[in-house]
Design a protein around this ligand. Structure first.
Ligand code: GUN
Length: 293
């Protein structure tokens, strides 16, 4: 029988730890961590992400603020908003919610963020440090996945991990974290141009699906006893929910789960861990700022 990896539970444990840390800070006269978000346009999933981030901040006692710009805001206006957050001493960390409107160059925006406030861990300086195994802000989803494996005592050393997907925010960075010293997995990254993908995934002790394609991972692609981490969160139509949609993972859960030793559900697996990782990074940003005073 497989074990379900309960991301909600682990995330709620971590939130409690963060809340206690915030209380300690307040008692010792340190400032309350403050996370800001910039939201340009009104992409529905971006709206949901940001609303959740604000809710999470409230839950752990952080301050939060939202800087809203409309969909046809110029690159210059967005860069100005970033400049102002970079220089605002009350802001410990901030994120620019992706995706951005099409006319704005993502790379240029990310590079404008002060790396010491880049709690998304997307700035090339943080990514470079991550590759070198140096202390830095780790991107939230990969950070959350590694933490889930740790808290479930799932052995990674010497294990064969296959990551499906090579995005800048999930697939590629998680593949790097898995191969770092201390995690010690052997890693293959499979992607849209990979040939005979099932042959590769069938060898995986740990399979991470991060492609955004519902039910992509089927039973025949998974080894008996594998650990399966499903990062997919595609919105699909549903007449059973009030919103009219539900989240669907990249894994055909019903048929894959019986073959697994551990598997994450969608929702309730990686998602809550992504959210809590941003809080961890924000607390770290505030702590590093105290140390550098
Ligand atoms: N869009 C999807 N995931 C993320 C994330 O982790 N951070 C930001 N800024 N945008 C996202």
């Amino acid at each position: 029988m497989y074990k379900l990896i309960d991301g909600e539970k682990i995330a709620s444990d971590i939130k409690l730890e963060i809340k206690q840390e915030v209380n300690k800070r307040v008692l010792s006269g340190l400032k309350i961590p403050h996370l800001a978000a910039v939201l340009a346009g009104n992409n529905p999933s971006a709206e949901t992400y940001v609303a959740n981030k604000i809710k999470d901040c409230e839950e752990v006692g952080f301050k939060s603020s939202l800087n809203r710009l409309d969909a046809n805001t110029s690159e210059k206006e967005l860069l100005d908003a970033i400049k102002s957050l970079n220089s605002n001493p009350d802001i410990d960390g901030f994120i620019v919610q992706l995706p951005l409107p099409d006319h704005i160059k993502e790379v240029k925006i990310i590079e404008a963020i002060d790396p010491s406030k880049d709690v998304d861990g997307f700035h090339p300086s943080n990514i470079g440090k991550m590759i070198l195994g140096l202390p830095c802000f780790l991107p939230a989803t990969p950070y959350g996945i590694i933490e889930l494996l740790k808290r479930y005592n799932i052995e990674t050393a010497g294990k064969y991990c296959v990551v499906i997907g090579r995005s800048n925010i999930v697939g590629r960075p998680v593949s790097i974290l898995l191969s770092l010293k201390g995690v010690d997995a052997t890693v293959t990254v499979a992607h849209s141009r990979t040939k005979n993908i099932a042959e590769i995934t069938r060898k995986a002790d740990i399979l991470i699906a991060a492609i955004g394609s519902p039910n992509f991972v089927t039973e025949d692609m998974v080894k008996e006893g594998a650990v399966v981490i499903d990062v997919g969160t595609t919105r699909v139509k549903s007449d059973k929910t009030k919103s009219g949609w539900k989240l669907k993972g990249d894994v055909d859960f019903e048929n894959v789960a019986p073959k697994c030793s551990y598997i994450t559900p969608v929702p309730g697996g990686v998602g809550p861990m992504t959210r809590v990782s941003l809080l961890r990074n924000t607390l770290l940003a505030a702590t590093l700022k105290d140390a550098n005073k």
